[in-house]
Design a protein around this ligand. Structure first.
Ligand SMILES: *Cc1c(COP(=O)(O)O)cnc(C)c1O
Length: 395
């Protein structure tokens, strides 16, 4: 390493360490249980209602629908199952191609595969980190055609039935433009809102722009139910169907076991929903803190040469689930050096995911040129983002 490179890395480490007061280990994202968590979870244990029925599941679904502004929310066991059910519920069939970002967490691609459908990878926009609707449109113009009202991939002769925008680190995709493209090519939109609870696109909560949306409440997300997820929809009939198939598709009866569909045991247990109810009560205060932390980071990185803080897109109010910094091109070869330096000094940091088509299961899937996603992958690093850091931050 040259002296300039050494200075670059040490300078970031010093300034972050001082700002975060990193005497002890600082995780990337830790849960915060300072509300009614103990009270509600104890209530489940004390009454015996820990499992498949109980009032917290109903309350959690109702409160979640209210917060996000959708007609129906269905609580499930995790974000991955929420994505799986979302795809089934919009009629994704075996051998369909589903457009998903090349740059996402593996669960998005796996959920497509669970439907025996095929992920088809799309490039990212550098101002949102999510699907680039403009590039997608010109790509579809080139490789697809409409037959009998459906979009087909001319190269594989398979139907392209849906597109799954994922709101990366809570930053919304440009949905207006994406909706335009989806309408033109007859694609159903399924939003992967795993990371975007509390994120708004033009003042409307993410998850209202597709036919359905999937959220995750894993332990590292903005709010957690231990493990958990939810499907959101503004279509009440579809909402009922989703509730039905996530609860083994059992026809209600006093004793009879009758089922009318191949259902799933994806229902969220009451004890997890109890945690969720307590977390949801604090969501607004978490978001406020996370947004404060983002401003502090932004100010800090304005004083550091060679790196910039990733800010929410103009049309968005993001939850800043995970804060991200982007290395200038001339320093991009130092990504792993910087990761070592930070992780060695109590500051947990991570690269963004590897591109989906770099994994052996997905290397032969159809895709467009993903040069922006590759670029983001080379240059982006996530830094500690827990809500409570807003208070600990020096300066
Ligand atoms: C977390 C996450 C998921 C999966 O959620 P789980 O609750 O862990 O199953 C899916 N997609 C994205 C983009 C995620 O970040």
């Amino acid at each position: 390493m040259t002296n300039e490179e050494k200075f670059f890395i040490e300078n970031i480490r010093k300034k972050l360490k001082q700002a975060l007061n990193a005497e002890n280990f600082i995780p990337l994202h830790e849960p915060n249980f300072s509300g009614n968590e103990n009270k509600y979870v104890s209530e489940c244990v004390n009454t015996g209602w820990v499992s498949s029925v109980g009032k917290f599941v109903d309350s959690f679904e109702k409160n979640l629908a209210e917060y996000t502004g959708v007609k129906r929310a269905v609580a499930v066991v995790n974000g991955t199952s929420a994505l799986h059910i979302s795809l089934i519920s919009v009629g994704v069939k075996a051998n369909d191609e589903i457009l998903i970002p090349a740059l996402t967490f593996i669960a998005t691609a796996n959920a497509v595969t669970y439907c025996n459908a095929i992920p088809h990878f799309v490039d990212s926009a550098d101002d949102t980190l999510g699907i680039d609707p403009i590039k997608l449109e010109s790509y579809l113009r080139e490789i697809s055609e409409i037959r009998n009202g459906f979009c087909y991939n001319k190269l594989t002769d398979r139907r392209i039935s849906a597109v799954v925008p994922m709101h990366t680190f809570g930053h919304p995709v440009d949905m207006e433009k994406l909706i335009e493209v989806a309408e033109k090519y007859n694609l159903v939109i399924v939003e992967d809102c795993a990371e975007s609870i509390g994120s708004f696109y033009k003042n409307i909560h993410t998850g209202n722009f597709g036919k359905v949306a999937a959220i995750s409440f894993n332990g590292n997300k903005t709010i957690t139910t231990g493990g958990g997820g939810a499907v959101l929809t503004n279509d009440e009939e579809l909402g009922k169907f989703i509730k039905h198939i996530t609860t083994q598709a059992k026809i209600p009866h006093r004793w009879e076991f009758s089922h009318d569909y191949i259902g799933y045991n994806y229902r969220m247990p009451n004890i997890n929903a109890a945690l969720g109810c307590a977390q949801l009560e604090q969501l607004n205060s978490f978001i406020e803190k996370k947004r404060k932390l983002a401003v502090k980071y932004k100010n800090l990185f304005q004083t550091i040469e060679g790196i910039k803080f990733f800010e929410e897109p103009k049309f968005a109010k993001s939850n800043y689930w995970l804060n991200a910094i982007i290395l200038e091109k001339k320093y991009q070869h130092l990504r792993d050096e910087l990761l070592s330096e930070l992780n060695d000094n109590n500051i947990m940091s991570r690269p963004i995911w590897n591109l989906m088509y770099k994994m052996k299961m997905y290397e032969n899937c159809p895709r467009m040129n993903c040069e922006t996603a590759e670029e983001i992958n080379r240059r982006l690093i996530n830094i500690p983002s827990s809500a409570k850091l807003a208070e600990d931050f020096k300066k």
